[in-house]
Design a protein around this ligand. Structure first.
Ligand code: TZP
Ligand code: MG
Length: 211
């Protein structure tokens, strides 16, 4: 199976709450300077207005650095800021539905895989990349289903040619093994947002995975 190319390798998933005591916009910019090449804004506890405002602030930074901004599970925010894409989970608006919406249809659509059976449906086909969610259990997101592990990546890699983005407790120690198992990209929250020096953390992760 020919793998679909994916031009991004280090994906930062961020919310203001992931960066206590710090300006999340500064963390994002430092992460970009360190090598993050795609960012997702994932705001779970902010009001719709706050989400929109944060997206507006963050897209000013991602556009300045020419990297895509993906919005987690919010069509209105994604369209209003003209984000590059939208990321949805198994219980959100479906990729097939999003692909039919005039304002969304040509945006990048990411879709989290929590069950192997999701690979057999049209939703996967309608997506541009698949999230392996989570590759390892994480305290950052507690309501997860399957811990895929490296074996899960290998298995999913055999079943689809879509780009695979692994998320969940990804760090400097396991990043290379995750890529070697068949992921195209690693996504992190705490490995960068929780680091003393987000730019250095991003640089070290990127250095670990670039061939
Ligand atoms: N989806 C699956 S795991 C996860 C999300 C958003 C959180 C990953 O956070 P961390 O801190 O990189 O483990
Ligand atoms: Mg969701």
């Amino acid at each position: 199976m020919n793998r679909h190319p994916f031009p991004y390798q280090l994906y930062l998933v961020i919310s203001e709450a992931d960066c206590p005591g710090r300006d999340f916009l500064k963390v994002a910019e430092q992460a970009i300077l360190g090598g993050v090449d795609i960012i997702q804004l994932r705001e779970k506890n902010s009001s719709p207005d706050e989400f929109l405002q944060k997206a507006r602030q963050l897209i000013a930074i991602t556009e300045k650095h020419h990297i895509p901004l993906i919005i987690n599970d919010n069509v209105e925010v994604a369209t209003k800021v003209n984000a590059a894409g939208i990321h949805v989970g198994n219980t959100d608006a479906s990729p097939v539905y999003l692909r039919e919406q005039p304002l969304i249809h040509n945006k990048m659509i990411g879709y989290s895989i929590e069950y192997l059976s999701q690979l057999e449906n049209d939703q996967t086909a309608a997506s541009d990349y698949l999230g392996i969610s989570p590759v390892f259990r994480t305290t950052t997101k507690s309501d997860t289903v399957t811990e895929w592990g490296l074996e899960g990546i290998v298995k999913i890699r055999q079943l689809t040619s879509k780009p695979l983005v692994a998320i969940g407790s990804v760090n400097l120690t396991n990043a290379k093994a995750i890529m070697d198992a068949g992921a195209d990209c690693i996504a992190v929250v705490s490995a960068i947002c929780g680091a003393d020096d987000p730019q250095k953390a991003a640089y070290e992760l990127k250095n670990e995975i670039v061939k």
